[in-house]
Each structure stands twice: as C-alpha cells, then as structure tokens.
Write a protein that binds this ligand. Sequence first.
Ligand code: NI
Length: 149
Amino acid sequence: MAEKEELVRFGVSFPAPLIVQFDRYIDEQGYTNRSEAIRDMARRALLEPSRMSGQEHVAGTIVLVYDHHVSDLPIVLMEVQHRFHHDIISNMHVHLNHDQCLEVIVVRGELMRLRELHQQIQAQKGVIYADLSVTYADKHDVTKEHKHT
Ligand code: NI
C-alpha cells in the first residue's frame, strides 16, 4: 500500500450475532482490528479473477493436485505447459504421496490466456484440484530496469 493514502472513515452496521462470529473469525486470522480485516476482504473481493477483465495483465499461481498414475497425464500436463511457456515463470513439483502430485505453477501474463491454461489443466482426467489465483501486475518490460526504492 502507498504510504500516504488518505483514509476514509465510514460506519458499518452488523446484526449482533454476525459481529460476534466476525470478531471470532478475524481473531483466529490474527487481525487486531476490524478495519484491517474489512480492508483485506475488500481487496480480496476486488481481485476475484471472475470480476477482472480478460485483458488485464496479472501475475499469480495455478495450484494443482493430480494422480500421476492416470494414463499419460504427466505428459499431457507437460505438453499443456509447454504450449503456454511464455506465460509460465516457474514451476514446483512436490510428490505428495504414492499417487498424488502437487504442482505450483507461477504465471504472469494476460488473464484471458491464464484462464485458458487453467481450464486446460482442470479439464484433464486425473486432475483432482486446480486453482488459479492472481493479482494485478505491471506488464513485464525487459528493457526497463527493476528498481527497489
Ligand atoms: Ni510427483
């Protein structure tokens, strides 16, 4: 968050039982005040991939769990990822147990393309779980230097 963002105060009315549940929830999540919890929820809601435009430039992850014994699934998943190699930055593979693999694919690019990649992964038989999670990102411009200020 920018350092000098103006804060706007507003009142929120909650039914009593809901605020009890909400306070318990935010306490479990480690929040010390309601404002920060509500701000984070608002940010999360705005980042829902379903409400972002397909032309948006984003970065994030695809997390998937699959059964590597299902026919040629590991090969198919690798071929899918090679088709999207411009959009994939990195990949981590964890052998969860005898059957299941967990993969974290770090992606960056146009949301529309990343959705397509996610759908192609999700649609494969043997993929138990696949979740795309993204946030806004600047267009990657290799001609510009990367500054931390
Ligand atoms: Ni594995």
